[in-house]
Design a protein around this ligand. Structure first.
Ligand code: 0O2
Length: 247
């Protein structure tokens, strides 16, 4: 009997430690676990701060991976694949405006599910073909899931907007769990970026409309930018001989 109870208590201890180990295991959780059902978005609250913190970690994780690619190409292949990388977390006003425009209820759940560019990274490349090299490398980053891609380079918007968009899910490690957080990556050439920044200020964001002729001029400029990007292809052929990378 004594032996049996000892075995029993031994098992108890072992079971308990197993349970502890299970609790310690890094489990996949979602942002929803931090929220109450249908919780309304309220800035300057702990919940808002926590959600934005998660987006900022995901952004940093991905930015680091992209910085590594940038530096690796420079150092190992003597090639400037990426000119620079910009990151931003969408401002609360911009999030609210986008949700209102889409007729979404202002809840965290709706925000998480529908607003894909809360964490945004822009990768600016010298040449058009570099954009697609970066795209292929992003697709291969271990653990990162590609949710959606939009090729506004082969299919520019009516406005003339040109860029390659990827919606990704980036795994982030927390002390006890891990979760996937959405990050939007916009990959474009320096010329496309110049045009988009200008158009963003002049037409895309302002509430007041610009004249039809200015709008047309912007489209003409976008076509010029596209020509410029296609011209730089010949420069690439010259460069390719000098690089060690299989670009
Ligand atoms: P801001 O101020 O730049 O953040 P999605 O959820 O991806 O399916 P979304 O977000 O409407 O739907 O998709 P899209 O078309 O990929 O646009 C996302 C972002 O691309 C925009 O974010 C802009 O940054 C940029 N963009 C798209 N179209 C244009 C354009 O015509 N001109 C310029 N300059 N930028 C554009 P936001 O939130 O609209 O704006």
């Amino acid at each position: 009997e004594i032996r049996l109870s000892l075995v029993g208590s031994e098992m108890c201890i072992r079971d308990r430690s197993c349970m502890c180990m299970k609790k310690e295991k890094n489990e996949l959780i979602t942002m929803a676990t931090l929220l109450k059902k249908d919780e309304k978005i309220e800035r300057n609250t702990k919940t808002f701060e926590k959600i934005m913190f998660l987006y900022s970690i995901a952004s940093k994780e991905l930015e680091t991976k992209l910085e590594i690619i940038k530096e690796e190409f420079k150092l190992f292949y003597d090639y400037e694949l990426i000119d620079h990388i910009q990151t931003r977390i969408k401002k609360p006003d911009s999030i609210a405006n986008k949700m209102k425009t889409r007729g979404l209820p202002l809840t965290y759940q709706d925000m998480i599910e529908n607003i894909n560019d809360i964490a945004g990274i822009r990768v600016i490349c010298p040449l058009k073909k570099d954009v697609f090299t970066v795209r292929d490398l992003v697709r291969k980053i271990p653990g990162v899931k590609v949710i959606k891609e939009k090729d506004y380079i082969h299919n520019p918007k009516k406005s003339g907007y040109s860029s390659y968009h990827m919606i990704l899910e980036v795994p982030i490690s927390l002390s006890h769990n891990f979760m996937y957080v959405k990050v939007e990556v916009q990959i474009r050439t320096m010329a496309m970026d110049f045009w988009a920044s200008l158009e963003h200020k002049l037409k895309y964001k302002p509430q007041t409309e610009i004249t039809k002729s200015s709008s047309k001029e912007l489209v003409t400029c976008a076509k010029m930018v596209n020509k410029l990007d296609n011209k730089t292809v010949s420069y690439t052929h010259l460069r390719a001989h000098e690089t060690k990378a299989n670009l």
